[in-house]
Design a protein around this ligand. Structure first.
Ligand SMILES: Nc1ncnc2c1ncn2[C@@H]1O[C@H](COP(=O)(O)OP(=O)(O)O)[C@@H](O)[C@H]1O
Ligand SMILES: [Mg+2]
Length: 387
C-alpha cells in the first residue's frame, strides 16, 4: 500500500515516467547546444513538451541558460512579448539584480517591472514578477518592441558569456497574432544569434509545415524534427514493467492491449494505464488483466458521456456520418464508392469537406495518410453509442 500510481498524463512527464525517445533527446540536445534553430512538429499529446523539458534540464546541467515559453498561452502579440521578455530577464537572475538588469537590457522600450509577490526574496526570481510595456500603443510601437525582445537572447548571451537554449512551445499560435510579421522579425533576429539554440515546437502539423515552405521566413532556417509515435512494442513493455515495479503483476498482453486501445498516442496510453492501475489498486488486487482494462474503459466512457454527447451534437449530420464511417472503417478508403454506399455517405466532395471540418475542430487527425479520431476514448464512444 501507499505505492503511488506510476503513470502520469495531462502534465509534462520526465524521468521515470518518460519512455524511449533516446535518439530524439540526443539529437535535440546536440542541436540546441550548437545554437541551431530546430522545428519540432507533431500532433498534440505525442510528447513534444515532455521531450523539450527533459532536454532543457539536461542542458542546464551543462551550464546552458534555458528558457521555456508557451506561445499559445498569450492572448495577444504584446502579451506574448511581455511573457517572453519576462521569461528571458528572470531566467536564473537573482531577484536583487532584476530591476537593474531589466532596465539595462531593455532601455529602448521602457519596461515596467512589478513584484506582485509579498515576499520578493522568494526562492525563484520568476515567481511573482510581471513585466509590462505600457508605452506600446500602435502597431509601429509593437514592431519596435518585438525587435528589441527578439534581440534579447543574443544580448543576454553576450552579457553573461553563456549559451542559451530557448523553447517556444505551441509556436503555431504566432500565426494568429500577426502572422507574417512575427515570423519575419523573429527569423531576422535569431539567425545572427550563434550562441542561442531555439526549438520551435508546434502542435498543428499542417500549420507548422506551411511555415517552412519556400518564401516563408523560416524556410530552411534549421533542422526539422517530426516526432512520431513511440514504438509499440517498446511502449507496451514499458507499461508492463511499470505495473510490475509498482507491485501489480500485469497479465500477458496487458501492455499491448493498452497501447492498441489508446491508438498508441502517448497521452492516451498513460491515461488508460493510470486509470486501470487505480481501479485494480482500489479493488485490492495484485494483478491486472484485460478484464480490468475493459472495466476501466467502461467507467471512463461513462464519465465522459456528457462531454462526448455535446461534441457529437455540435457536428453536422454529414460530419457525424463521416466520423462514424471513419471509426468503423479504421480511417481507410473513406472516399471510395464502396465505403460511401455501405455507410450512406454523401458524394466524395462532401465527404472531403466534412473530413476537413473534423480536422479543423481537432476531432480527427491525419497521421501517416490515414485519418484517426484524435481522442481514442471518443473513438470508442462513437463506436458504441452512436448509430
Ligand atoms: N516519452 C514519453 N513516455 C511516456 N509518456 C509520454 C511521453 N511523452 C509524452 N507522454 C504522455 O503524453 C502526455 C502528453 O505529453 P506532452 O509532452 O504534453 O505532449 P505534447 O506537448 O506533444 O502535446 C504526457 O502527459 C504523458 O502522459
Ligand atoms: Mg505540449
Amino acid at each position: 500500500m501507499g505505492q503511488e500510481n506510476p503513470f502520469v498524463y495531462g502534465e509534462i512527464v520526465t524521468a521515470g515516467a518518460f519512455a524511449d525517445r533516446e535518439a530524439e533527446r540526443e539529437r535535440l540536445a546536440r542541436d540546441l547546444a550548437e545554437g541551431q534553430k530546430v522545428f519540432l512538429i507533431s500532433p498534440r499529446r505525442y510528447g513534444k513538451s515532455s521531450l523539450v523539458r527533459d532536454v532543457l534540464r539536461g542542458l542546464s546541467r551543462q551550464k546552458i541558460l534555458t528558457v521555456e515559453v508557451t506561445v499559445a498561452a498569450s492572448s495577444s502579440y504584446v502579451g506574448f512579448l511581455e511573457a517572453y521578455a519576462r521569461a528571458l530577464v528572470t531566467a536564473d537572475t537573482p531577484i536583487g539584480r532584476l530591476r537593474r538588469w531589466t532596465a539595462e537590457l531593455l532601455q529602448a522600450v521602457r519596461p515596467e517591472l512589478r513584484f506582485d509577490s509579498p515576499s520578493p526574496g522568494g526562492p525563484s526570481a520568476g515567481g511573482g514578477v510581471t513585466l509590462a510595456f505600457p508605452a506600446v500603443r500602435t502597431a509601429r510601437d509593437t514592431a519596435r518592441l518585438a525587435a528589441e525582445v527578439f534581440a534579447l537572447p543574443g544580448r543576454i548571451a553576450a552579457a553573461r558569456r553563456q549559451r542559451l537554449a530557448i523553447a517556444l512551445d505551441e509556436f503555431q499560435a504566432v500565426v494568429s497574432f500577426d502572422g507574417g510579421n512575427v515570423e519575419h522579425a523573429l527569423r531576422a533576429a535569431v539567425q545572427d544569434q550563434r550562441a542561442v539554440g531555439y526549438v520551435f515546437a508546434g502542435s498543428e502539423p499542417s500549420l507548422m509545415e506551411r511555415m517552412l515552405e519556400p518564401r516563408r521566413p523560416f524556410y530552411k532556417a534549421g533542422p526539422v524534427m517530426r516526432l512520431e509515435k513511440i514504438d509499440e512494442e517498446l511502449f507496451a513493455h514499458f507499461i508492463e514493467a511499470r505495473f510490475a515495479a509498482s507491485g501489480l503483476r500485469p497479465e500477458p498482453g496487458l501492455g499491448a492491449a493498452i497501447v492498441e486501445l489508446a491508438g498508441n498516442v502517448p497521452y492516451d496510453v498513460q491515461r488508460l494505464a493510470h486509470e486501470t492501475w487505480d481501479d485494480v489498486r482500489v479493488a485490492g488486487r495484485r494483478s491486472a488483466g484485460l478484464d480490468d482494462l475493459h472495466g476501466t474503459l467502461t467507467r471512463l466512457l461513462g464519465e465522459h458521456h456528457t462531454a462526448f454527447e455535446e461534441s457529437w451534437q455540435r457536428l453536422t449530420l454529414a460530419q457525424r456520418a463521416v466520423l462514424r464511417a471513419l471509426v468503423l472503417e479504421d480511417g481507410r478508403e473513406l472516399m471510395s464508392g464502396d465505403v460511401r454506399t455501405r455507410h450512406r455517405l454523401p458524394g466524395a466532395s462532401s465527404v472531403q469537406s466534412a473530413l476537413a471540418a473534423l480536422v479543423r475542430q481537432d476531432v480527427v487527425m491525419k497521421a501517416e495518410s490515414r485519418y484517426t479520431v484524435s481522442d481514442s476514448l471518443y473513438r470508442e464512444w462513437v463506436a458504441r453509442k452512436t448509430f
